[in-house]
Design a protein around this ligand. Structure first.
Ligand SMILES: [Ca+2]
Ligand SMILES: [Ca+2]
Length: 208
């Protein structure tokens, strides 16, 4: 009886899967040249249970994987990765969305450093987090400036301090990402200004 029950359960599961393939765990397939040889490698983001997702990068015959949190928005599945080059060495990094917030999305940054897939961390070994979004009350931006060895990763965060005049107070931090995956802080400037103040600007398109 037990065997029959198992077979029936298996058959039911198979039918359910065939009838609704959309209910299978979501995957997003992408490409990024993680080793800088000019040819892109396959990149896959897979949904896992319990607010987790998995990043897989296939380099040659080896699949490198890393798991990270994922908290989607109310109607969002996985978010496509963003392919960037934060240190402009032609080895592309992968930005993964970890939180889709009401106003601000949170990202972690991954790449091939020392021949393996690693998360970019700050000098104190904390995972580097990047933010994008904001609303009337906040500004959250990331971007890049400079090229080659001068490439800097920029992170801007600010909060409103004057609702009558839309004046924000915050800071602009720049980092240089080295070839071991450490983001070294190179400047930190605080100040106040409007949302279009130069202090609060960062260009994500310059990270390519
Ligand atoms: Ca490649
Ligand atoms: Ca790079």
């Amino acid at each position: 009886m037990r065997i029959v029950a198992s077979i029936l359960a298996f058959a039911a599961a198979t039918v359910a899967f065939a009838a609704s393939p959309a209910s299978a765990a979501e995957e997003i397939h992408w490409m990024a040249d993680v080793n800088g040889d000019g040819a892109p490698e396959p990149v896959v983001l897979s949904e896992l249970p319990n607010n987790t997702q998995k990043l897989t990068v296939k380099l040659g015959r080896i699949a490198y994987t890393a798991a990270m949190p994922y908290y989607p928005g109310p109607d969002a599945g996985l978010m496509p990765p963003r392919v960037v080059d934060m240190n402009d060495d032609n080895r592309q990094e992968i930005m993964v969305t970890e939180i889709v917030g009401a106003h601000t999305d949170h990202f972690s940054l991954w790449g091939f450093f020392g021949s393996t897939l690693k998360q970019v961390r700050t000098a104190d070994q904390a995972p580097l987090k990047l933010y994008e979004g904001g609303a009337v009350a906040t500004i959250a931006r990331y971007g890049c400036e400079g090229t080659g060895a001068d490439r800097q990763l920029v992170s801007v965060s600010a909060g409103i301090v004057d609702y009558d005049n839309y004046i924000y107070e915050g800071e602009r931090v720049t980092y240089r990402v080295d070839n071991s995956g450490i983001a070294h802080e190179t400047s930190r400037v605080s100040g106040t200004g409007g949302s279009n103040s130069p202090l609060f600007q960062a260009d994500p398109n310059a990270c390519k």
